[in-house]
Design a protein around this ligand. Structure first.
Ligand SMILES: [Zn+2]
Length: 351
């Protein structure tokens, strides 16, 4: 099967409920891409073009429909004061020893300047270089945190959960500050070349907070943030629902989100309930299948996902989370070949 549309046309088509030439194929594969290119993560801090090169090569080799920026979501958390732990061969993360130890520490938070603070200038530079290398036909997905997640990173997860119960006023003050900082960075991210804003919020799934708390402390801030970023120029918003979100998918789909990237969720059920509002993206298992399975198992599960997701469109084939760094090239190839061979819509559409 030969491609007839560009990756950008294909992605925009599914977001607008149209049927493109084939099912888009998107994998969050920064770590795998770097290892595949023989590059240590930390070397990209000295030479951002190494990262750009790894993404461009990866897309070409596996016929992917996007490139991704280098980090996940901790950029603004660090710029606001969180301590970043940098790893030699893995993405960085925020230290669990929190910045906001006392409620009064909130006064230490200052508005964020994306051109100056933390590593934001570096990240925006990477996005700019990547966009230039990928061109306008290839969607660039840029990561951004959400107010609730950034608040957790600054305050400490368990302390913020306690604040929701004992000091909701403080929690909301903190969320407002996080919202402003993320909005400022999100706009800079779009200016630098991000087409799609990508986000995840693993600290707000069903294992972490109740639906009631999600509705009060996460949903309105995220909804407003993505509404503003879409007004500003984001072509789409992609929300990775890491973990179990079964009791709150309706809220996620109401947060100005275009693509819901699911983790071990039932594709058929989601498409039936929310297919009129969002595109479903997923969900070959990253660990059990892509990392630990055989090429034949990868192929079978990819076909299974296509069978569930492709009919009627509004579906992107993907893994269920970020592809593990040590995934084998054979398994990645098995998935790419299955998409190339069986990724057309006609095959799966029952007359
Ligand atoms: Zn995940």
């Amino acid at each position: 099967m030969n491609d007839e549309m560009t990756s950008m046309e294909r992605l925009m088509a599914v977001c607008h409920a149209e049927i493109p030439d084939r099912v888009p194929f998107i994998l969050c594969s920064r770590e795998f891409g770097l290892k595949h290119a023989g590059i240590l993560y930390a070397r990209c801090y000295e030479d951002p073009d190494l990262y750009v090169h790894s993404q461009i090569q990866l897309r070409k080799e596996f016929n992917l429909d996007s490139v991704w920026d280098i980090w996940c979501t901790p950029a603004v958390d660090e710029a606001l004061g969180g301590r970043m732990i940098i790893n030699e061969d893995d993405p960085p993360y925020i230290d669990s020893d929190p910045f906001l130890k006392k409620v009064s520490d909130i006064a230490r938070l200052k508005p964020v300047n994306p051109q100056k603070d933390g590593r934001l200038p570096y990240l925006l530079d990477v996005v700019g270089r990547l966009k230039k290398a990928a061109g306008s036909d290839v969607p660039l997905l840029g990561w951004i945190s959400q107010p609730f997640r950034t608040a957790c990173m600054l305050r400490g997860q368990t302390y913020l959960y306690r604040d929701l119960l004992q000091n909701p006023k403080f929690a909301k003050e903190l969320l407002d500050i996080c919202y402003e900082a993320l909005l400022t960075y999100g706009k800079a991210l779009i200016d630098a070349g991000a087409d799609v804003v990508a986000t995840s919020n693993p600290v707000a799934n069903m294992d972490c907070i109740s639906r009631k708390h999600y509705q009060e402390f996460s949903h309105p801030y995220t909804k407003k943030l993505f509404g503003e970023l879409k007004k500003y120029g984001a072509k789409a918003v992609l929300y990775h629902t890491c973990g179990c979100w079964d009791d709150r998918f309706d809220l996620v789909c109401d947060e100005n989100v275009d693509i819901v990237h699911v983790d071990k969720a039932n594709i058929l059920e989601l498409k039936e309930k929310y297919g009129h509002k969002v595109v479903t993206m997923g969900n070959v298992k990253t660990v059990a299948t892509l990392l630990q399975g055989t090429p034949e198992q990868v192929r079978e599960e990819t076909l299974d996902c296509l069978q569930q997701g492709a009919p009627g469109g509004r579906f992107i084939i993907s893994a269920d989370c970020a592809v593990a760094r040590d995934t084998s090239t054979e398994n990645m190839r098995a998935m790419a070949e299955a998409v190339k061979q069986y990724g057309d819509y006609q095959r799966w559409t029952v007359a």
